[in-house]
Design a protein around this ligand. Structure first.
Ligand code: IPM
Ligand code: MG
Length: 318
């Protein structure tokens, strides 16, 4: 947003150049309301879309878990949460409507505009492979989400995911239609672990899954390419309560968790990433809370203090 203020561009050439040369890009919260009626190329989100294209990222990872100390904030009842929630959304970001040409013009129905849902086997395989590989270090279970009862692109998606699964005989694969999955996730949230899905479906269902915890600002998002160069952001890019911005009130945990993912996935620093994640767990378990997650019994702190507590805890655990 500040680059729009200074240069009129969400991602000036200079910044893009630096990002292309970097081993990883860590992108902070972005997307103020005041830009929402601007054309896409003038909105902060455009920076991310452009970076995705230029860095050639293909797969988006969104881990979401319920922190026991914050269980009360979940919109789900205790019963539904008895087994905890621990998801990994694996979303394609190289194909689908987000990446097709955007066509606008005039037709019989007046002004018209469309994108199209394009997939090929290479794109699907890439993301499916990542999902299965990661499932092996989790619960050996992948749930594929598509709309193959209606869409040809989804049929190709499902067949390709099924094929990739043959290389992972120990991983159980379940297929669900995306609309049904939106219901199942609420009805029986504890039965899922790794999800794999297309760009648009993943954008939506990962938000639903994130919100099931009631604490959407605690999670990272990682966008991976064929190399180790990745883009790391908070899972929720947009901080909806803009009244708190700049007042030392925003929750920094999503961003700190994104930095941990960056250390793990782009730099191979597993122990360091684990130390950060453990520090976050400890601080939340000690009932320290920024305003967005504050409720009775919690100790209210600001952004800086939250950062400091986590940094102190990293020192203590490492
Ligand atoms: C996200 C965001 C982005 C997306 C937008 C800002 C382009 O919603 O990371 O989920 O849909 O990919
Ligand atoms: Mg989104």
């Amino acid at each position: 947003s500040s680059s729009i203020e200074e240069t009129g561009e969400p991602l000036p050439k200079e910044s893009l150049k630096k990002c292309l040369q970097a081993d990883a890009v860590l992108l902070g919260n972005t997307g103020l309301e005041k830009y929402k009626n601007e054309p896409l190329t003038k909105r902060p989100e455009y920076a991310l879309l452009k970076l995705r294209k230029k860095l050639g990222v293909t797969t988006n990872l969104r881990p979401v878990r319920l922190y026991p100390a914050l269980m009360e904030l979940s919109p789900l009842n205790k019963n539904a949460l008895s087994g905890g929630l621990d998801y990994l959304f694996v979303r394609d970001i190289a194909g689908g409507v987000f990446c097709s040409a955007k066509v606008q013009g005039n037709g019989d129905g007046g002004r018209e505009a469309y994108e199209y849902e394009y997939y090929n086997e290479t794109i699907v395989r890439k993301t499916a492979y990542t999902a299965f590989k990661l499932a092996k270090s989790r619960k050996n279970k992948v749930t594929n989400l598509d709309k193959s009862n209606v869409l040809g692109s989804s049929r190709l998606w499902r067949q390709t995911v099924q094929q990739v699964s043959e290389d992972f005989p120990d991983v159980e694969l379940e297929h669900l239609y995306i609309d049904n999955a939106a219901m199942e996730l609420i009805r029986n949230p504890g039965r899922f672990d790794v999800f794999v899905t297309s760009n648009l479906f993943g954008d939506i269902i990962s938000d639903e899954g994130t919100e099931l915890t009631g604490t959407p600002y605690l999670y990272p998002s990682a966008e991976l390419s064929n190399t180790e160069q990745g883009i790391y952001t908070p899972n929720q890019l947009h901080y909806p309560d803009e009244s708190v911005i700049g007042k030392d009130m925003v929750n920094p945990i999503g961003m700190i968790a994104a930095a941990a993912q960056m250390l793990r996935l782009s730099f191979g620093l597993e122990a360091e990433a684990g130390a950060i994640e453990e520090a976050i767990r400890q601080v939340l378990a000690a009932n320290i809370a920024t305003a967005d997650i504050w409720h009775k019994g919690k100790i209210l702190v600001g952004t800086k203090e939250m950062g400091k507590r986590i940094a102190d805890e990293i020192e203590a655990v490492s």
